[in-house]
Design a protein around this ligand. Structure first.
Ligand code: PLP
Length: 405
């Protein structure tokens, strides 16, 4: 099915605005994605017409709120091809990974065990494991990458030694754009009895994700990068893991019965959703899933690959520009350095041209250390971007380059 991408773009109110008197070119979607009117309207409609707490009231509004919240869980579950009762709604990936760290890993790991990570992980898939390692005596191992930003699968294989109990791997790198073959990686890990945690934050915005086909044990995701509101996300976990895991946080909603001589806990996923959740946010995330599904993730992926090819070709024409991350399988995320220019100066001057890119370490210090740089600039696209914006961006880059050099 062919799409009218100009009409799709018109669904995003913010993309119509100007910045510093110039039309906005928003190339920072890996940081957070823009929201279509359908998502803004769904959140707004929840507060205007259905607002109540979930699962606590029998009145009509309470039922409507519970239905809307659980409905969103169901939409996300269908989108990922999993069961809704295996999907814990969280504030995002950071919470989701910490939930695995504290509820699955902390009670299990001991001295002599190891946690295997890759060089290209976001801090959200490093620091929770370091905290677990400190408390359990386990160690952290790192699988390296090539300078093109491709995971070395043989090295990863070799690192899966008997002590390794858990593997944390990102589906798509937020810096390099590399799409990792997570299905193959999880298959290899599973053969060795290693539990796998896939960070799907940067995959969900760009492609169809079928969790059972990947074959991981846990899959973490964040809603705000996939057109949903901030403070939304989920952890998918295999039923047997979730059923065996103690709660991470205690409070209302996650219990079955509370007595001073002992409390029994609710079943998953509610066991892991203590307190009042982000109801309106997740209703918005449900609308985001509807929105993405209506376009189709395969159409989105194809559109973004076209944009990426154009962007890469144009950027390669600019003298002194080096792209960091040249994996053959890449999402529309391009990190770069411009010889002689400081990333922050570059991003600041691009902003004056109406172009929003991120400059910094992108919460991936170990990856910056690998490339021997303190920071990169990153242009990250979504299906709502256009070829004309790519041309405006590269024209702005050339202009800024002249100013800086
Ligand atoms: C690869 C990756 N993992 C994890 C995160 C953390 O997501 P959140 O801050 O939404 O929890 C991000 C966000 O930038 C990311 O890009």
């Amino acid at each position: 099915m062919s799409h009218d991408w100009a009409r799709v773009r018109a669904d995003f109110p913010l993309l119509q605005r100007e910045v510093h008197g110039k039309p906005l070119v928003y190339f920072d979607s890996a940081n957070t994605g823009q929201k279509p009117a359908a998502v803004i309207d769904a959140t707004d409609a929840f507060y205007r017409s259905h607002n109540a707490n979930v699962s606590r009231a029998v009145h009509a509004l309470g039922n409507e709120a519970t239905e809307a919240y659980e409905g969103a869980r169901g939409k996300l579950a269908r989108h990922l091809n999993v069961r809704a009762d295996e999907l814990v709604l969280t504030s995002g990936t950071t919470f989701a990974i910490n939930l695995v760290a504290y509820s699955w890993a902390l009670p299990r790991l001991q001295p002599g065990d190891a946690i295997l990570l890759t060089r290209m992980e976001h801090h959200a898939n490093i620091v929770p494991w370091q905290l677990v390692a400190q408390r359990t005596g386990a160690t952290i191992k790192v699988a390296e990458i090539s300078t093109d930003g491709v995971l070395d699968l043989d090295a990863l294989d070799a690192a899966m030694t008997p002590g390794v109990k858990l593997l944390g791997v990102t589906h798509v790198s937020n810096v390099l754009g590399t799409i990792n073959p997570v299905g193959e990686i999880c298959r290899r890990a599973r053969k060795r009895g290693i539990t796998t945690v896939v960070d799907g934050s940067q995959a969900l915005p760009h492609m169809a994700v079928d969790i059972p086909a990947i074959g991981c044990d846990f899959y973490a995701l964040t809603g705000h990068k996939m057109c949903g509101p901030t403070g939304t996300g989920a952890l998918w976990g295999r039923r047997e893991h979730l059923a065996a895991m103690p709660p991470f946080l205690g409070g209302g909603e996650m219990i079955s019965e509370v007595r001073f001589d002992g409390t029994t806990f609710n079943d998953p996923p509610h066991r892991f959703e203590a307190g009042t959740p982000n109801i309106a946010g997740h209703v918005g995330l449900g609308a985001a899933v509807d929105y993405l599904d209506a376009i189709g993730m395969d159409a989105i992926a194809a559109r973004e690959q076209e944009l990426l090819a154009h962007l890469t070709e144009e950027m390669r024409r600019i003298d002194g520009l080096r792209i960091i991350g040249n994996a053959p399988d890449k999402a529309a995320v391009v990190s770069f350095l411009l010889q002689g220019a400081h990333g922050h100066d570059l991003a600041t001057l691009l902003d004056l041209e109406g172009v929003a890119v991120r400059s910094g370490h992108h919460c991936a210090h170990p990856l910056m250390q690998f490339y021997g740089v303190p920071a990169t600039c990153r242009a990250s696209l979504a299906f709502y971007n256009t070829h004309a914006e790519i041309d405006a961006f590269t024209a702005a880059l050339r202009k800024v380059r002249k100013l800086l050099l």
